[in-house]
Design a protein around this ligand. Structure first.
Ligand code: SF4
Length: 500
């Protein structure tokens, strides 16, 4: 599929200023140079400078980053590169960074430090950094000053330009920096080397307009922009015809998806789900992430109407206290969140629900925290990602005076985790004796005689079964409920499903 661009990139004057001090060249010399240059291999069959190069990608962070790494990998493979399992075996290493939490920052700098030795042994080695952290000037400055072995710095808005940047480094023997502050463009048709054979991520939108006060994403991923429904449908049809059974639709807040159809009409997220439900060969649709303030009644209805939409939702609550939610700028109250859960359970009684919770947000009192505990108890989550609040430079909450002492945060965190884990274990124990439809994804990492997969409700299951089940949805009898997963055995393949 040819690469297409919608919208445009404004030539960022800041870019020229940003690169001047660090010995880096701009990726492009003029605004015209910014065209898509994914495929560097020459049409006459001559080799590109990238042919035969070995690359390794290290990815931090969310599914969005994982999917960006799949795209980087796909572009490199189209240009004749091959993936290797470690940085030291590679000619090119790419670190795709995440800035959502302090811990990810630290791990990034630690990993970057390790590349120095490789560069010392092999001066032709190319070290590249990209992702959300590179959208922050103070991080770029740190990389430039303290990690001079980095050859390419690029951002979240110009991933499609990576092969061109690499060629420039090889050709001109100069370091390159190209980071755009934001971009209204969407580049379609980029190749991706999928991490999984039978399931795939599909970006439906990029960016975020919500500005939760603790979150750096709107500053690193820019404003919301939605792909057209036709482009998404075409991608999902291609994936389904290539054997993909399950897609996970990705966006920072999929509920605010607003795609423009070819005829100029607006397609919202529920419309998109109804259209995807028709795709032949596709068996499951999931999505991530869903902001409670934008969860519509039509989407709840779609759960009831669309067979392929899995009965599972990840609905981040962040806090059970309306006062904290207000300071987080979440734009819903505890009561409104609980109402949504009630509506979801009324429409889909067996829906499984997971969430994200931040502990120790500035100003969180013991009473606020107890409201979080009571909300978790009331909702009875199937699972939850719990986080200690960490200061993100550049966000409003970083400036709040009433930061919570670490010891208090940790004590609250432990109480919450105990409650969440007890609830998960109880809910998982109730699955014993049930038969669940599980997409067999592969051989279990813990035990190579077992398979692993997910139920419709996103529960991880290790189960005994033939390898020929991989890629199929099989009936699994659940024999054990653990805190974080289930165990079971295949009952029988679904009649009529082709074995691979
Ligand atoms: S909705 Fe809030 S938490 Fe999610 S990406 Fe946007 S700003 Fe961050």
């Amino acid at each position: 599929m040819p690469v297409r661009r919608h919208g445009g990139v404004k030539w960022p004057a800041e870019l020229k200023r940003a690169v001047q001090a660090g010995g880096y060249a701009c990726g492009a010399n003029t605004e015209q140079d910014l065209g898509p240059m994914v495929q560097m291999r020459k049409k006459d069959g001559n080799m590109s400078l990238l042919d035969g190069k070995k690359y390794h990608i290290i990815t931090f962070g969310c599914q969005m980053n994982e999917h960006d790494s799949e795209t980087i990998s796909g572009m490199l493979q189209e240009n004749g590169c091959g993936e290797v399992p470690s940085a030291k075996e590679s000619d090119i290493t790419i670190i795709n960074t995440c800035s959502i939490r302090e811990n990810a920052d630290k791990r990034f700098f630690g990993t970057l430090g390790q590349l120095k030795k490789i560069k010392e042994k092999n001066p032709a080695y190319i070290a590249c950094v990209c992702g959300c952290m590179m959208q922050q000037q103070h991080i770029i400055d740190t990389v430039k000053s303290k990690y001079p072995w980095v050859d390419i710095i690029f951002g979240t808005h110009n991933i499609h330009r990576f092969p061109a940047l690499l060629e420039k480094v090889y050709r001109e023997k100069q370091k390159v920096l190209e980071v755009f502050p934001d971009s209204a463009e969407i580049v379609e048709g980029l190749p991706a080397k999928r991490l999984y054979q039978h399931k795939s991520f599909v970006n439906i939108m990029y960016g975020c307009n919500n500005f939760c006060t603790y979150c750096i994403v709107p500053y690193t991923r820019g404003r919301e922009k939605s792909r057209s429904p036709e482009d998404i449908l075409a991608e999902v049809r291609r994936l389904a015809s290539d054997g993909v059974k399950e897609v996970t639709l990705l966006g920072q807040n999929v509920n605010s998806y607003r795609g423009l159809t070819e005829s100029g009409k607006t397609c919202d997220f529920a419309d998109l789900i109804y259209r995807l439900d028709e795709v032949e060969g596709l068996l499951r649709i999931r999505f991530m992430t869903s902001h409670p303030k934008d969860l519509s009644d039509r989407l709840i209805q779609a759960y009831a109407d669309c067979d392929k939409l899995c009965n599972y939702i990840h609905l981040p609550v962040q806090s059970g206290s309306s006062a904290v939610l207000k300071r987080m700028n979440r734009k819903y109250t505890r009561g409104q969140y609980l109402e949504l859960v009630e509506k979801l359970r009324a429409a889909v009684p067996d829906i499984t629900i997971s969430t994200d919770i931040i502990v120790g947000f500035p100003g969180e009192t013991e009473a606020d925290f107890e409201e979080t505990l009571s909300l978790a108890e009331a909702v009875q989550y199937d699972s939850a990602f719990t986080f200690l609040y960490s200061v993100r430079t550049g966000t409003p909450a970083a400036e709040y005076a009433d930061q919570i002492p670490e010891a208090v945060k940790h004590e609250r965190f432990n109480r919450l985790v105990d409650l969440i884990n007890a609830c998960s274990a109880r809910k998982n124990a109730a699955y014993v004796g049930r038969t669940e439809k599980v997409l067999a994804e592969g051989v279990s990492k813990k035990n190579d005689r077992m398979l692993t997969g997910r139920t419709e409700g996103f529960k991880l299951v290790d189960f005994a079964g033939e390898k020929s089940c991989i890629g199929q949805i099989v009936d699994v009898e659940i024999t054990q409920g653990r805190t974080f997963s289930l165990a079971g055995r295949v009952k029988e393949p679904i009649p009529g499903k082709k074995k691979e």
